[in-house]
Design a protein around this ligand. Structure first.
Ligand code: SF4
Length: 350
């Protein structure tokens, strides 16, 4: 198969040589539940001779996804509990998520919103729903930052992005607009002049939080795409997920963080993997994660240090688990303090 076109199903994976015929049959059951997509850039990056390739592990489905543990949940970080109107998540006073689109250019096998994204997911907000979401932001003067996430907001056309951003431009109390995206890495040529022009909103500061998990993802083309954004005055920060078999090694993680800093991207969050259904094969224990993160301390510059965080299940927000917010009560069971001082047992009881 020509890897110049996107991969969207099990047949495409087989034709691209990413799975064999025997696997294809068993993976249909996974495909029925969770969306599949790889961009040509990511398919090309996979080393087909390596059965444990860290890029393949992130995007090529695995039958292990059919194993759902009791503590896993469809909404692992509790978006629904904080959604006053469709498309908005208002978890912290000064900022909201605006989930305008539930489509991504790739579907990560560990995705925390895997029950919401993809062709069978929540789709794209229609005009009336989007208007209601903007009205919510307009009516809540405490909202200082709007985070466009989803899905991946940079799958939208420059024209659609410009329309949305022009609405935010007129809301005086919103000062920061942040995009959560994988596009500069997985589809770097999409970061062109038209898209960058659309992202620049007069009177607002624009941040892009780039999601990447392995240093090989920062290819020359990806770095050039990031450079175009930074040169345009957009601030870049990173987001990564600590994933078993992908980056659960201090050397790999150090190389990833250094690659971010070299690309003018400030390492921001390293997420402990969420309790999304069928993702236990990616999860380490918190103690294992803390050990890896501690190993980064003496190894790489302070500029390269991310904050290791857990989104507390149930919508209680983020906790810095690299530091004092977590206490092991007994083996594998922790008490986590949220930002209000509340204590939560992790993993939670079913
Ligand atoms: S890009 Fe983000 S929202 Fe989309 S599948 Fe990956 S983790 Fe999920």
């Amino acid at each position: 198969m020509n890897v110049m076109r996107p991969i969207r199903n099990v047949d495409d994976l087989a034709q691209a040589g990413l799975i064999d015929a025997g696997e294809a049959l068993s993976l249909e059951a996974v495909a029925e539940r969770y969306a599949i997509a790889l961009t040509p850039a990511m398919a090309k990056l996979i080393d087909r001779s390596d059965p444990a390739d860290p890029i393949a592990r992130q995007f090529v489905p695995d039958v292990a996804e059919l194993v759902v543990l009791p503590e896993e949940r469809a909404d692992p970080i509790g978006d629904h509990a904080h959604s006053p109107v469709e498309g908005i998540v208002h978890r912290y006073p000064d900022r909201v998520l605006l989930k305008a689109v539930h489509v991504c250019p790739v579907y990560c096998r560990f995705c925390f919103r895997r029950e919401m994204v993809g062709p069978q997911g929540l789709g794209t907000l229609d005009a009336a729903t989007l208007d209601a979401a903007f009205a919510y932001i307009r009516d809540h003067r405490e909202i200082w930052e709007v985070i466009l996430t989803g899905g991946d907001p940079l799958v939208l056309s420059p024209r659609r992005l410009e329309e949305m951003l022009s609405v935010l431009a007129d809301i005086e109390h919103v000062k920061i607009v942040r995009f959560h995206t994988r596009v500069p890495v997985v589809d770097p040529l999409k970061i062109d002049g038209a898209l960058i022009a659309a992202l620049k909103v007069s009177g607002k500061t624009i941040y892009v939080a780039l999601h990447a998990n392995h240093p090989r993802e920062l290819t020359a083309k990806a770095r050039a795409a990031c450079a175009r954004l930074v040169d345009a005055g957009i601030v870049l920060v990173s987001q990564s997920v600590l994933l078993k078999g992908v980056n659960d090694d201090p050397d790999v993680l150090a190389a990833l963080m250094k690659a971010f800093v070299e690309t003018r991207i400030k390492p921001y969050y390293l997420h402990h993997p969420d309790l999304a259904p069928g993702t236990s094969h990616f999860r380490l224990t918190i103690a294992e994660g803390q050990k890896i993160v501690a190993a980064l301390r003496g190894r790489i510059s302070g500029l390269c240090q991310p904050t290791y965080i857990l989104d507390i299940p149930g919508g209680h927000g983020k906790a810095d688990i690299g530091r004092n917010a977590v206490h092991e009560i007994r083996e594998g069971c922790y008490s986590i303090s949220d930002y209000r001082g509340g204590e939560h047992i992790y993993p939670p009881a079913e």
